[in-house]
Structure formats: structure tokens, C-alpha cells
Design a protein around this ligand. Structure first.
Ligand SMILES: C[S@@+](CC[C@H](N)C(=O)[O-])C[C@H]1O[C@@H](n2cnc3c(N)ncnc32)[C@H](O)[C@@H]1O
Length: 292
């Protein structure tokens, strides 16, 4: 079954635009249509988006649920303001361009989803994860939201093909985070048929099932090399979620991995400092000889 569905023309045209050179939507046309088609077909009421940016994908989800009674979308973005258009709020495109969708939309910016999700007090029928694309960001996002998803609900994961880019842009070489979680998922999965940017699908969806088994696999993914630093406050709030909703064995595995990451990161920092000290020592020595 194909999930692609064309967006209303007015919305497609806004999402094609850019402001000061920054594209409003971070999704290709086929990715937008996959998202719109899937949400239109599953008709969720309680929706969550992690990684909002300008609000392009929020607009698509809201358009798909606008006629469903009591439906809503909660958007969460770690950045307090738009990362590039710093005078703009996260998700500003909805209010500015599609005000008729605003009453179903709430945005929480400046915090990680793990710090917020328990307070929302709902279980979600649908979620989109589209965040840093660097491991372990998406893995931590998915671990955090899983207990708050209804069973058999769907989670869309964007940029699963971003690591594979035809033009070999340097910035994409560490963008494996979405691929990791999509590939490790045991259960029903969907992908778009194509993507204009890459030669492989770049958006997929996973069905929430076999949660304990999948959680174990996700925690194990944290052993893989991390391509970004994660604040201790975020690691603590993810741990609280694991402790509240999953088995003791999973908490212990999480603790073991984090302790090892911290140990390795301390070793790397020490090595870097030792190298710096050695270089400075050599510089001082050469300088002293030259002064002679
Ligand atoms: C690729 S953009 C999202 C694009 C948006 N979904 C769309 O298609 O229009 C990534 C966003 O994720 C946010 N982000 C990065 N790490 C995050 C995290 N751990 N939690 C929530 N948001 C995060 C960034 O601030 C940025 O706004």
C-alpha cells in the first residue's frame, strides 16, 4: 500500500519557500506526502512531534487531523527559539501561515522530550521523530516516548536515508541516528517509495509493538559510537523513564553503558589534555633554545 498523498496546493506552496535562505520545510515533497498520507489514513487524535523547527511538518500533521474531533498536536523542540531565524519561535509557520490550525497546536521549546513527556498526561496515537540525526539523539528520543505511545500506534522517523548522500556532503557523514533506530525495530515498518534528495527512502514509520524487546535493542544501540555529547540532565531524565516503565535489567544495562561512555569520554579528554601539555612543553623548549 502506498501512503503518498498530495498536500493542499496552498500548503505545498508555503512549504516550498524559504526565509533568508533557510528552507521552511526540512522534508522533500515525497517525504511530506508520505507523512500526510499516513496521518490521513490512520486518523490519530493525540499526536506528538519531536523536532519541530519552523513548523513545516507540524502544518502537515495538523492539516491531516484538522477535522478529527478533539485531536491535537504537541510539538517539542530542544531549541528555545528557531535555530537559525533567531527572532522566530519554534513552529512559527503554523501561526503565521495556517492560523486556522493553531487551536489544535501546542509547542514546548527549550527542553528535551524526556523532561516533559510525563507531564503531558496522555498516551499518543501518533508521533514524528525528526531531531539531531546524530547518534544517540534519536535513540534517546524513542526510548523516552515509547511508554507514552498506545500499542499499535505509529511513529514516523525522518531522515533514515540521510547518511547516504549522492553529493558526499561532509555534514551527512555522521547522520546515522535515524537509520539505526529504523533498522533495529522488530515489528511492522513502512517506508516511502522514493526520495528526491537521496536514492534510497528517507522517511519511514514503525508500528509500536513488542515494546520490551524493542527497548532492549534500543538500549543496546547506545553501545555504538556517539556522534554528539548529551547533557547529564537529559541522561538522568531518560533514566527516570526507563526506571518508571521498564524492567530492572534494562535500567542496569542503561547504567552500565552510560558509566562506560563517561569513562571513555574522560580518557579521551585526558589524552587530549596530555597532548596539549606535551605540545606546549616542546614549544617552550624550542623557544628557549632559539633564545640562546
Ligand atoms: C530537522 S529539524 C526538524 C524539521 C521539522 N520536523 C520539519 O520537517 O519541518 C530538527 C529540529 O530538531 C531540534 N532538535 C535537535 N535535537 C533535539 C532533541 N533532542 N529534542 C527535540 N528537538 C531537537 C532542532 O532544534 C531542530 O529544530
Amino acid at each position: 500500500m502506498s501512503y503518498g498523498k498530495s498536500l493542499p496546493e496552498a500548503m505545498a506552496s508555503v512549504l516550498k519557500g524559504n526565509i533568508d535562505g533557510y528552507s521552511i520545510s526540512k522534508m522533500s515533497k515525497s517525504d511530506q506526502e508520505f507523512l500526510f498520507g499516513l496521518v490521513s489514513s490512520i486518523k490519530p487524535k493525540n499526536c506528538l512531534e519531536v523536532g519541530v523547527y519552523s513548523g513545516g511538518s507540524s502544518s502537515i500533521i495538523l492539516e491531516a487531523i484538522k477535522d478529527i474531533e478533539d485531536s491535537f498536536l504537541i510539538g517539542v523542540d530542544i531549541s528555545p527559539k528557531h535555530p537559525y531565524l533567531v527572532d522566530n519561535d519554534i513552529g512559527f509557520v503554523v501561526k503565521d501561515n495556517f492560523p486556522y490550525l493553531s487551536d489544535k497546536y501546542r509547542v514546548h521549546s527549550g527542553k528535551d522530550v524526556s523532561e516533559l513527556i510525563d507531564d503531558f498526561g496522555v498516551k499518543f496515537d501518533f508521533a514524528l521523530i525528526d531531531t539531531a540525526h546524530m547518534h544517540p539523539c534519536e535513540t534517546l528520543n524513542l526510548i523516552s516516548i515509547l511508554p507514552y505511545m498506545k500499542s499499535d500506534s505509529w511513529i514516523v522517523i525522518h531522515d533514515i536515508g540521510m547518511f547516504y548522500c549522492q553529493d558526499n556532503r561532509i555534514q551527512s557523514r555522521d547522520k546515522f541516528a535515524s537509520k539505526y533506530i529504523f533498522d533495529c525495530w522488530q515489528g511492522e515498518r513502512l517506508t516511502s517509495e522514493k526520495c528526491e534528495f537521496f536514492t534510497i527512502p528517507n522517511i519511514g514509520a514503525i508500528k509500536v509493538e513488542n515494546v520490551e524487546d524493542n527497548l532492549e535493542r534500543l538500549i543496546s544501540l547506545l553501545f555504538n559510537r556517539w556522534d554528539m555529547e548529551v547533557d547529564d540532565t537529559i541522561l538522568d531524565s531518560v533514566r527516570k523513564i526507563i526506571q518508571k516503565h521498564y524492567s530492572v535489567a534494562n535500567v542496569e544495562m542503561f547504567d552500565r553503558i552510560i558509566a562506560r561512555k563517561k569513562y571513555i569520554s574522560a580518557l579521551v579528554k585526558k589524552e587530549q589534555n596530555d597532548k596539549k601539555r606535551m605540545v606546549n612543553k616542546v614549544k617552550r623548549y624550542v623557544k628557549s633554545i632559539l633564545n640562546l
